[in-house]
Write a protein that binds this ligand. Structure first.
Ligand SMILES: [Zn+2]
Length: 292
């Protein structure tokens, strides 16, 4: 190799090192988005993230064909937990085959399953994508939501929201980061917050509530590259103080265990739900949901 060639290679190497140095120095500096901590609507983006935010609120949803309503819209938010057969009389567990029949009933009866973003538009703008709408929610983040529920949502092309307890990432009964990310990338599943530790919020101090709400939200935002907007109150425990903190910490809606259809009349932070117990086949589920 000639001396000239060697010098050429050496200078290329130096140039590369300088470029890499500049790149990494830049990354260490906070981005404009991070500096602006005061704006609640600002989507927090880590400066190292290059992927776009999965779902921005709510502009990307085309609502021009939605039905505007004269009366205040109310609709069922279904509440499920573990999708498993139970021999211990636990009324929170619904067997997967029953869950599938319920979802099939929704499909056959032309129900539109809402994402959290769509539910927010329904509630705040009083218009809906179809006559029959429903929001399917599953609490806690059981592993069977991934193994049993997720394939049903995918197969029937229906949407569901799983409210995850963010301290469960090393518990066998719950799904972990890998499954959570896979589902979150599907257009059919949304993952929202069920706090960090599933404590009764009304027994906690303001500071403790704030930690439960903020840490779970931040963790989900980071892991899933999303803006987490829904809080599901653990064991349905909430009061005005907790509603206030949920709003202050940047949530847009909160769902309770109080029975009934969801309506803006209850406020965005006290949305009622329809609990689904085990024992309903397709027809019984339909009758239960429509009150016939
Ligand atoms: Zn729960």
């Amino acid at each position: 190799m000639t001396k000239k060639k060697i010098w050429f290679l050496v200078s290329l190497l130096i140039l590369e090192l300088v470029l890499v140095g500049v790149f990494f120095t830049k990354k260490d500096q906070p981005s404009a988005v991070e500096i602006d901590q005061t704006s609640q609507s600002t989507i927090q983006i880590e400066s190292t993230d290059v992927e776009p935010i999965k779902e921005e609120l709510p502009e990307h949803i085309d609502t021009k064909d939605w039905i505007t309503s004269e009366e205040t819209i109310s609709f069922p938010i279904l509440m499920y937990h573990s999708l498993t057969s139970s021999d211990d009389g636990n009324t929170l567990k619904v067997p997967p085959h029953e869950f599938k029949e319920h979802m099939e009933w929704l499909k056959e009866n032309d129900y539109y399953t809402l994402s959290p973003e769509e539910a927010y538009i329904v509630l705040t703008q009083n218009k809906k994508p179809k006559d029959n709408i429903v929001w399917v929610t599953l609490d806690d983040g059981y592993l069977n939501n991934y193994t049993e529920g997720y394939p049903i949502f995918e197969e029937l092309k229906l949407k569901g929201t799983i409210n995850y307890i963010t301290s469960k990432t090393d518990h066998d009964a719950y799904f972990h980061e890998k499954e959570m990310k896979e589902m979150s990338e599907s257009p059919f599943i949304s993952i929202e917050s069920h706090t960090v530790s599933h404590l009764d919020l009304n027994t906690l101090s303001d500071e403790e509530i704030r930690n439960e709400l903020v840490q779970s939200k931040d963790w989900l935002n980071q892991e899933l590259n999303q803006e987490t907007t829904v809080l599901c109150y653990p064991a349905g425990r909430y009061d005005e103080r907790i509603e206030q903190i949920a709003e202050e910490t940047g949530y847009k809606m909160a769902i309770t265990t109080e029975p009934g259809y969801a309506s803006i009349n209850d406020g965005l932070f006290a949305l009622k739900r329809v609990r689904v117990s085990p024992g309903y086949d397709k027809e019984q589920f339909g009758n239960y949901l429509t009150g016939t």
